[in-house]
Design a binder for this molecule. Structure first.
Ligand SMILES: Nc1nc2c(ncn2[C@@H]2O[C@H](COP(=O)(O)OP(=O)(O)OP(=O)(O)O)[C@@H](O)[C@H]2O)c(=O)[nH]1
Length: 342
């Protein structure tokens, strides 16, 4: 067992057949993408929702640029900011606005936002949409807004908040802890009378091809891609530990896993955690620790914020700030080459 005082500075993806183990583009996403493209001519604005912990990973600015061609307001809500590192919230907004100057970016936490803040935020979003020239749609007096983004970022939560706020209706959209709850475009819902505003939810959509292992693993850690193979959970837990160490977040996992020192060895951590949580299973005629189940537990806790607020894309924001990258050449592969990840 390794007992290191220094930590890995790179994660070894090469020995893993990660591409074979992750399925992130199921049939409904392909259909969702087509539906979204078809509905766009009738849409007056896009509200994209994304996870504030991954301002880079999983976003595809070109996709939206192609869809709306800069002619319609595109507002980006960086949600789940309650779980992102507060030091990186503004940096995330700056990062996106440098990449996409036409996008209005706001950050929020839809689980903690109160009525007053929600009213203010939506009023602000609506103003952007209403004030933008309407081109061919100018004859109509109603506004249609579409809510989109990758799976599990809070799209349904946002629509439910709006319904409650403006229409006085109880929650109708299904909100889920698992990604992919919304599978089709929802019916439009009226959320304001003057002006008449309708809003529609869309299924979570990811790019058909993810560009790097880092990006994919960050989407797994934030539950935008489901962990479909249990055996993958050990590797994802190891990647989570790698990031916690890289970002200096040892204190919280040491406390939770009752470790007396930081570790870079996932087996050491999982064994300690399995003991505390009594996570065991029968192997033949013996009972032993269930490290795979414990790894899943560790990943869930990391995603829930148990080990503190973390911005998984912190390295990208730091590198951009330090001027180390001139363009979107962001994730480093194990071959040592820089790789375009957008
Ligand atoms: N901590 C935290 N959790 C949130 C926030 N917003 C949403 N959630 C949780 O994130 C999970 C996913 O929320 P949904 O609203 O179902 O996400 P979605 O984008 O509609 O998901 P899909 O249907 O998969 O596309 C749920 O468990 C929500 O309670 C937030 O601001 N903070």
């Amino acid at each position: 067992m390794r007992q290191l005082t220094t930590f890995r500075n790179q994660f070894d993806f090469q020995s893993i057949r990660w591409k074979d183990m992750i399925r992130w583009f199921p049939g409904h996403m392909h259909k969702g993408m087509k539906d979204l493209e078809q509905s766009l001519p009738r849409v007056d604005g896009i509200i994209e929702i994304h996870d504030a912990r991954i301002p880079h990973s999983g976003r595809n600015p070109q996709f939206y640029q192609r869809l709306i061609a800069g002619h319609k307001p595109h507002i980006l809500i960086l949600n789940k900011s309650d779980m992102a590192d507060p030091k990186y919230l503004n940096k995330s907004i700056e990062y996106i606005q440098t990449e996409q100057p036409n996008v209005q970016v706001v950050q929020t936490s839809l689980t903690t936002i109160d009525l007053k803040e929600m009213t203010k935020m939506f009023g602000h979003l609506l103003q952007q949409i209403v004030e933008m020239p309407r081109y061919s749609r100018s004859s109509k007096s109603e506004y249609n807004i579409i809510v989109c983004g990758i799976p599990n970022v809070g799209k349904s939560t946002f629509i439910n908040k709006l319904r409650n706020l403006f229409a006085n209706k109880s929650s109708c959209e299904q909100v889920g802890a698992n990604p992919g709850v919304t599978r089709t475009m929802s019916e439009k819902v009226k959320i304001s009378n003057r002006p008449k505003v309708y809003i529609r939810d869309s299924p979570g959509i990811l790019e058909p091809r993810l560009k790097s292992a880092d990006e994919s693993f960050r989407l797994l850690l934030t539950n935008s891609i489901p962990i479909q193979q249990r055996q993958l959970s050990d590797i994802i837990a190891d990647y989570g530990l790698f990031l916690l160490n890289k970002y200096g977040k040892q204190r919280e996992y040491m406390k939770y896993c009752e470790l007396d020192r930081p570790t870079d060895d996932i087996v050491t951590l999982l064994l300690s955690l399995a003991k505390i949580k009594h996570c065991t299973q029968i192997y033949g005629d013996k009972r032993g620790y269930d490290l795979t189940g414990t790894a899943l537990h560790f990943v869930n806790e990391l995603n829930k914020g148990t080990f503190g607020r973390i911005t998984f894309d912190q390295d990208i924001l730091d590198a951009r700030e330090e001027g180390k990258f001139s363009d979107a050449t962001l994730f480093k592969t194990n071959s040592g080459q820089m790789r375009k990840s957008i």
